[in-house]
Design a protein around this ligand. Structure first.
Ligand code: CMC
Length: 435
């Protein structure tokens, strides 16, 4: 971050105050105006619901150019990482450490993560407290938060070693917890991790093995899962990441912060969109129903949205959506499902929407979730677990951003202000005099 020669000046039309504010330049992307002295100098706050114009921190992890449809992790384009960047654990290393690992670093990192894949045996009793039909996201909010009560030896957020160990534990244990949530929901025994398998193959094993039948690793499907994880690993200051940072800004432990992120991700405008997109395709049913559906989407009173379309930052094709569509082809071909009706429906819907003035004028393009549901369904993952897979992938991004925040000397407890529009001070009337 460097100081710009240019300064911003705020002046009021009634001449009551004038304030000069520094402008900072990042390495790429929009500059920012430092408004920290604004309240002291003018007694006023800024007003920015939804943080449309507010940078809440500086970060060197992920960069998005929404107009170009570009996503970079530590400077590397997502397309290169997804195709040539190795597996998900390489992306994890990159996000956490800033550089891609060399061969020795990779071996050591994989070894370390692998040694933390089991969860405390007592954790299974938490699962047993849930109804079998509990939503996996509710189970994950609870069980990830509960990790804090098992791993006291890595809770000191001021100790860099503790932070590192917690980060590794979260990355290593999330697949185990997500698979346990699934197994519990279908009444099958929990399956322990296998450390001879890759991160994604081990997850498939914990999901699909039973004591009577091992899961046979299919490399195409494992690669597809790995790609889903890479594409969802981080996305700069989105709602759940900002939630993790805000929770962490009070000094809360990392397990509690990630549980907060999972809670935020659950919403249909964020991570829940992959589940919602698939349900939407199933509801539309076939290509003939698309025009009627699009009519409803355009009707503001209907409350219907084209799920998997639109993004706060991307005003162009989400680069992750292109990669996910490619993966969709690969997986469906591998499974002999080339004629999958939902995939055909999704492609027809995308084509119609991309030509429609409503979507074109609002710059609404498919986002990653438009196709990720179809891939996950083909992998055998139930719809209700889609957002759980997103949480599993995003954990590394959350924890990398949390670590960055803790070591940032400018970090302060997050405490937004408000424009108060309620009643000014008044006296409590006796009950007989209340209207
Ligand atoms: N279908 C129909 N209309 C839409 C959609 C949509 N999916 N998304 C935005 N619009 C319209 C919106 O009604 C508004 O129209 P108007 O200007 O006439 O009022 C205009 O486009 C601008 O939308 P906005 O709500 O101001 O945009 P936003 O930046 O606040 O919202 C969003 C972004 C992702 C919440 C929204 O596009 C949405 O709800 N999309 C569907 C849910 C979805 O797919 N979410 C996944 C996001 S990617 C995964 C992730 O990172 O979590």
């Amino acid at each position: 971050m460097t100081n710009s020669e240019t300064k911003a000046t705020l002046s009021f039309s009634d001449g009551s105050a004038s304030l000069e504010m520094p402008i900072y330049k990042g390495s790429v992307g929009p500059d920012v105006i430092d408004i920290r002295k604004l309240y002291g100098a003018t007694g006023m706050f800024t007003y920015d619901p939804g943080f449309m114009s507010t940078a809440a921190c500086n970060s060197s992890i992920t960069y998005i150019d929404g107009d170009k449809g570009e996503l970079l992790y530590r400077g590397y384009p997502i397309e290169q990482l997804a195709v040539n960047g190795g597996d998900f654990l390489e992306t994890c290393y990159l996000l956490l450490n800033g550089e891609l690992p060399n061969a020795a670093q990779k071996t050591e990192f994989v070894d370390t993560v692998t040694k933390h894949t089991m969860v405390h045996e007592q954790m299974q009793f938490f699962f047993r407290g849930f109804r079998r039909d509990a939503h996996p996201m509710s189970v994950l909010v609870g069980t990830v938060g509960a990790l804090a009560s098992f791993y006291h030896d890595s809770l000191d957020i001021n100790d860099p070693h503790h932070r590192e160990v917690s980060a590794i534990r979260l990355i290593a244990k999330m697949p185990t917890l997500v698979a346990m949530a699934y197994k519990y929901s279908i009444g099958q025994p929990f399956v322990y991790p296998r450390n001879d398998l890759s991160y994604s193959a081990n997850f498939m094993h914990m999901m699909f093995s039973t004591p009577c039948e091992p899961y046979k690793v299919n490399e195409v499907l494992v690669r597809a899962l790995d790609r889903i994880l890479i594409l969802h690993a981080d996305h700069e200051q989105n709602a759940s990441t900002s939630t993790v940072r805000l929770a962490g800004s009070s000094g809360a432990n990392p397990f509690a912060c990630i549980a907060a992120g999972i809670a935020c991700l659950w919403g249909p405008a964020h991570g829940g969109a992959n589940e919602a997109a698939l349900s939407m395709l199933e509801e539309i049913g076939n290509v003939d129903n698309i025009p009627e559906f699009i009519k409803q989407v355009k009707d503001k009173n209907s409350g219907v949205k084209l799920m998997g379309f639109g993004h706060r930052v991307y005003k162009n094709y989400d680069p992750r959506a292109k990669l996910m569509r490619e993966t969709c082809y690969e997986v469906l071909n591998e499974l002999g499902l080339q004629d999958d009706p939902l995939f055909k429906l999704a492609m027809a819907l995308e084509k119609i929407a991309l030509e429609d003035e409503y979507f074109v004028s609002r710059k609404l393009y498919p986002n990653v979730d438009f196709y990720s549901g179809i891939v996950q369904r083909a992998l055998g993952i139930p719809t209700s677990l889609f957002t759980g897979i997103f949480a599993l992938a995003r954990t590394v991004g959350w924890i990398a951003q949390w670590k960055e925040m803790i070591s940032d000397p400018e970090q302060k407890i997050g405490r937004p202000r408000q424009l108060f529009v309620g009643s000014p001070k008044r006296d409590v009337p006796p009950i007989a005099k209340r209207g």
